[in-house]
Design a protein around this ligand. Structure first.
Ligand SMILES: Cc1ncc(COP(=O)(O)O)c(C=O)c1O
Length: 386
């Protein structure tokens, strides 16, 4: 039998991260003492009070059955309380909150609810690769909005051609931003809302990194007047509570948009294991003093890496949020520079082009290793001839 992949799989761009994985495997096989700063997966374990809550929850037989599609009401209430406390945003837990199997799942599925073949989705570049891939899986066409340094890594929506705006049905934005680490303010979100109303475009704001910050606390898109009329916000427990492996997140906002996403989900998945939802309620109630300790760990690492790279001659900005450093490549292509760093310093980072064409010229470092490892990485990079 001949196995033939569907067009949507065959036409996916080459997955650059697979190439990096290969490079990494080869380096490890050769016995490299690798320091991997390429992955956005916290090295710090899930907080123990959350793990304890999970141990208790997993014993309860009522959680062993299929969960409700939209999430337990108690979980959705905890999300609404979290929003009220963090952002002073009121949400109806019954209609304006939905559970997700990690925010990636919701981001990947939402185009299926709103995009017909040929519709345009506005996607940031560089950006999280799931935005364009989810778009293409739904038959949509991604229109890449360049995030440029001289515009604070915000998309310049005034430069999007009128015919594209008219054909666009949905847009993704993401602040604090992966990979650039930029933050957005009220004026930007107001402009997005105006734009969305003018062209009838659904706004999907991805706020996965809202709790990983070092300066001012990032605002929520939902805080802005009119946001709920045009959009939703995706959130994740992954980065905030070191729960990437648990696969839980949520989306909040416009009830009709969430109902569309919910409709796709009821047909494709059966919700999040209830024991995880119960432990996540405990996670969402974590005192901010505890989260501050986590932020301080990243802050210390950020300062070491930022100073180290700057002293080594790299051009970069100190991130105000996220655990990423977005660094200009001194010369050549980002993938070649990543290969050079790997070969000569045994330090692995991510080439900017992996996040889209407009990420070329940059590399991304993640602060997901201990400060000792980061110090060592800095030492090795300093010894390099750039
Ligand atoms: C910008 C952004 N959004 C969403 C996600 C997905 O997170 P999760 O599915 O773990 O909630 C990630 C993960 O790296 C991310 O970087």
């Amino acid at each position: 039998m001949q196995i033939q992949y569907a067009e949507r799989i065959r036409t996916l761009p080459p997955y650059l991260f697979a190439a990096i994985d290969q490079m990494k495997r080869e380096a490890l096989l050769k016995g490299a003492d690798l320091i991997d700063l390429s992955i956005g997966d916290p090295d710090i374990p899930t907080l123990s009070h959350i793990v304890d809550a999970m141990k208790k929850a997993v014993e309860k037989s009522e959680h062993h059955r299929y969960p409700s599609y939209e999430g337990m009401l108690s979980y959705r209430k905890a999300v609404a309380d979290w929003y009220k406390e963090r952002f002073n945003v009121e949400l109806d837990p019954e209609k304006e909150v939905i559970s997700l199997i990690g925010s990636k799942e919701g981001i990947g599925h939402i185009p299926l609810a709103f995009i017909d073949p040929g519709d345009i989705v506005l996607v940031p570049s560089p950006g999280y690769p799931v935005y364009p891939v989810g778009t293409k899986f739904a038959g949509g066409i991604p229109y890449f909005m360049p995030l440029k340094e001289d515009n604070g890594f915000l998309p310049d929506i005034d430069s999007i051609p009128e015919d594209v705006c008219k054909k666009a049905k949905l847009m993704f934005i993401n602040y604090p931003n992966n990979p650039t680490s930029a933050c957005a303010g009220t004026d930007f979100y107001k402009k997005i809302i105006e734009f969305a109303n003018k062209y009838n475009i659904i706004v999907c704001h991805d706020a996965a990194y809202s709790e990983v910050y070092y300066e001012e606390k990032p605002i929520s898109f939902m805080q802005i007047d009119g946001a709920k009329d045009v959009g939703i916000e995706f959130h994740s427990l992954s980065k905030t509570y070191n729960m990437t492996g648990w696969r839980i997140g949520f989306a909040v906002g416009n009830k009709d948009i969430l109902a569309g996403l919910g409709k796709v989900k009821t047909n494709l998945d059966s919700g999040v294991f209830q024991a995880i939802q119960e432990a996540s309620i405990v996670a969402l109630k974590t005192e901010d003093t505890v989260l501050k300790q986590i932020r301080n760990v990243y802050r210390e690492r950020r300062d070491i890496l930022y100073e180290g790279l700057k002293n080594a001659g790299f051009a970069l900005k100190k991130p105000a949020a996220t655990f990423y450093l977005w660094v200009k490549v001194p010369n050549g292509k980002s993938i070649d520079f990543v290969a050079k760093l790997l070969k000569e310093a045994e330090v692995l980072c991510t080439p900017g082009v992996g996040f889209g064409e407009h990420g070329e010229g940059y590399i991304r470092f993640a602060l997901t290793q201990s400060k000792e490892k980061i110090k060592e990485a800095v030492e090795r990079i300093r010894r390099l001839k750039l």
